[in-house]
Ligand binder design. Structure first.
Ligand SMILES: Nc1ncnc2c1ncn2[C@@H]1O[C@H](COP(=O)(O)OP(=O)(O)OP(=O)(O)O)[C@@H](O)[C@H]1O
Ligand SMILES: [Mg+2]
Length: 558
């Protein structure tokens, strides 16, 4: 391969190469191997420059001068041509500069690469358990200790198999994400995706598409998933189909649930998702009441009374008796009967009045079931996808306040599902996708999920183009980052705080990523930054439902 080491400084290697022969790309992995010992370095290209070398300088100077070679300022006998000559000593024997014709030399480029790993020859050391190096007889990588090779190294592209063998641990749950820069299948281990993942990139870079790729792969591998879909982008993915009359899946796919949807089901493709007060839970209910401006004193009366009510209902249920249904209308009725504060003075009317007005506002959100028939059990739906499938919760029809409260309520339910899975020992924990999380999940809920994820078993994917809105704590907890093109420095600096890789690498890669390519870094790559071309999902309807004012010609418009 006609690539040569120009120089090594710190952990940066400059390589001279002829782009007509070698089409290197940013993110490419190269091996610099000592031909005798087999030891070497893995380096990764982070940027390109044009080459400058003495004879080019001479040529350029001569072009500026024209044919004659005018004297330098003052004209005291030294001409630019002389300077050019003194700047262009004979190139060292055997280098590209010496062997290539002048015209070829002009095209040479410099690849700036970062030293990543030290290569031990095959069989040199015991690989980490799970790594595939041993089986394949691949060279084994380890932490670079500062060793550098002599100039006469052999430079080769690192084979994809060697990269996988060293960076992707296999535990038998491969998820196909796409292709490497050289077109090989790129699979990650499902277990390494578990717990906290962040997908970010500039608008339109392909975040949601990547989330769909992950979702479909997880479903295929039998994972239960839940998606908060704010833009109706996931609802056209292949539907979950059951064998008639059973709860067993004939084809794994998605179940579209529409938060606050029409319970008669006549006006939507989704199934209505409305909750009773018990399912909604007191915490989210109080949050919503507070957001609707319920004063603190009234909130205290409200919480005390509703907590007692829920306890009574639970006791009834535990005694094996039929518990009464509680909806918003029942709570409004209680407020009308002054049940929230029964002191009998003026404050009673004020407190109950305040609570009643907020409950009426809540009723208008359409989130609450009006009768037991309308109440959906998320747990029942979860059971349908427990062996693979996704509940796509369409929250596009909700107002901002309703959305925050509703998602908080669902997060509580997810927590309960996890606790039940732990208690029963079945461990079918959900993989939860939050699209544009910053728009409806408050910071404390995100912190809670992220810090408790390991204990609860839940895995989360936060998909956002507002990465600066994501707390540093969350970034540091992230197991994996999926970065699409990210041209703005503020964003890059913020993501770099996750400390999974250095700012320099991250910045070099994410600003130069081609369309539909992502940089992966985290447990799935054993901390090694890898670029992958994301699968196109050919034949699958990934389209959302963007509504346009102007009609395109393809739609028959003029
Ligand atoms: N790997 C891919 N192969 C083919 N098409 C893709 C790929 N990634 C994204 N696209 C297409 O590019 C467009 C934008 O992708 P997507 O909606 O995923 O971007 P986004 O980053 O989520 O944008 P936004 O910030 O607006 O949510 C979509 O039409 C999508 O189908
Ligand atoms: Mg998107």
């Amino acid at each position: 391969m006609s690539i040569q080491v120009n120089q090594i400084k710190g952990d940066i290697v400059e390589l001279l190469f002829n782009p007509r022969e070698e089409d290197l790309r940013v993110g490419e992995n190269l091996c610099l191997r000592d031909p005798n010992s087999g030891q070497g370095l893995v380096v990764q290209v982070i940027e390109f420059r044009t080459a400058s070398y003495p004879s080019l300088l001479r040529e350029q100077l001569q072009l500026v001068l024209g044919a004659g070679g005018a004297p330098l300022l003052g004209g005291e006998g030294v001409s630019l041509a002389d300077v050019a000559d003194s700047l262009s000593p004979r190139p060292p024997a055997g280098t590209l500069e010496e062997t290539l014709p002048e015209a070829e030399l002009r095209n040479l480029k410099v690849a700036v690469a970062k030293i990543r790993q030290l290569i031990q020859g095959p069989g040199a050391a015991k690989p980490t358990p799970g790594l595939r190096t041993g089986d394949l007889g691949q060279a084994y990588w380890e932490q670079w200790d500062g060793w550098i090779p002599a100039r006469d190294v052999v430079i080769e592209r690192t084979a994809d198999a060697e990269v996988f063998a060293n960076c992707v641990v296999s535990a038998g749950n491969p998820l196909l994400l796409g292709r490497t820069l050289h077109g090989a299948r790129f699979e990650v281990e499902g277990r390494d995706l578990e717990k906290v993942n962040i997908i970010t990139g500039v608008k339109g870079a392909g975040k949601s598409h990547l989330a769909k790729v992950l979702l479909l792969q997880l479903i295929e591998r039998g994972a239960p998933c839940i998606v908060f879909d704010i833009n109706r982008e996931y609802i056209h993915l292949p539907p979950h189909r059951l064998y008639p009359g059973t709860r067993k899946a004939d084809r794994r796919g998605i179940i579209h649930l529409e938060a606050g949807g029409d319970p008669s089901g006549s006006s939507s493709s989704g199934r209505s998702l409305r909750l009773g007060i018990q399912q909604f839970g007191l915490g989210p209910l109080s949050t919503m009441m507070a957001k609707y401006g319920l004063p603190e004193v009234s909130a205290m009366y409200f919480e005390n009374r509703v907590a007692r009510l829920l306890e009574e209902v639970e006791e009834t249920r535990q005694r094996g008796q039929r518990a009464p249904f509680i909806g918003i209308d029942q709570l409004i009725q209680m407020a009308e009967q002054n049940e929230f504060s029964a002191a009998g003075d003026r404050s009673t009317l004020i407190v109950n009045g305040a609570i009643r007005s907020r409950l009426e506002a809540l009723r208008n959100t359409r989130l609450f079931a009006r009768n037991p028939a309308e109440a959906t059990s998320l747990r029942d739906y979860y059971d349908l996808v427990r062996e693979g499938g996704a509940l796509v919760i369409d929250i596009s029809g909700l107002g901002n306040l309703a959305r925050v409260g509703f998602v908080q309520a669902i997060i509580e339910t997810i927590k309960e599902i996890c606790e039940e899975e732990i208690a029963s020992g079945s461990y079918r924990f959900p993989f939860v996708f939050f699209e544009e999380a910053h728009m409806y999940v408050n910071k404390s809920s995100i912190d809670y999920i992220v810090t408790r994820a390991r204990h609860l078993g839940v895995t989360t994917f936060f998909v956002t183009n507002m990465i600066v809105a994501m707390d540093e704590v969350v970034l540091r907890q992230a197991d994996n980052l999926f970065l699409l093109r990210l041209p703005f420095d503020d964003d890059v600096r913020h993501v770099a705080k996750s400390a999974t890789t250095d700012y320099e690498t991250m910045s070099a890669f994410v600003r130069r990523l081609r369309g539909f390519h992502a940089l992966l870094i985290g447990r799935v790559t054993r901390g090694y930054p890898l670029i992958v071309e994301i699968d196109r999902l050919a034949g699958i309807n990934t389209a959302g439902e963007t509504k346009y004012f102007f009609r395109g010609q393809e739609a028959g418009g003029k």
